[in-house]
Design a protein. Structure first.
Length: 135
């Protein structure tokens, strides 16, 4: 249970995320939650499949790399899922993500690189995280 006190009239956006999960935004105003028991209900959907392959820049092929996946717009590197792609075919699988917008950040063998991707309601098991063209 989370209690939020709106400071004054107007429209506000509540942003919810649990660090490694997609962000959910809800628009509220004092009028939209007025009543004898004002409340807002927000549910995060179930996790969906997220799997695919990582494409590395030529300069990093053969390097040991790891990738952090977190909701797009979350800059805190302490929040997110870590991926260790398979060293043979660079395949990966992540659990616990919901539909939404994400960023993936590549570490190891050089300076970090970042790409963004979307997970639809049904998930994506053929995702390509292509870090080759990103600088």
């Amino acid at each position: 249970l989370l209690e939020v006190i709106l400071p004054e009239d107007g429209e506000y956006t509540l942003t919810l995320n649990n660090g490694a999960y997609a962000t959910k935004r809800i628009k509220v105003s004092p009028d939209s939650i007025a009543g004898p028991a004002p409340h807002v209900t927000a549910e995060m959907g179930a996790a969906v499949a997220c799997a695919g392959v990582v494409v590395l820049p030529q300069s990093r092929e053969g390097d040991r790399v790891w990738i952090q996946v977190r909701p797009k717009g979350v800059s805190d590197r302490g929040n997110g899922n870590w991926i260790n792609p398979d060293e043979e075919d660079m395949s990966f699988e992540v659990s616990g993500l919901g539909p939404g917008e994400y960023q993936a950040e590549l570490f190891g063998g050089g300076s970090p690189r970042r790409v963004t991707f979307s997970l639809p309601n049904g998930g994506d098991e053929n995702l390509v995280l292509d870090f080759a063209e990103v600088r």
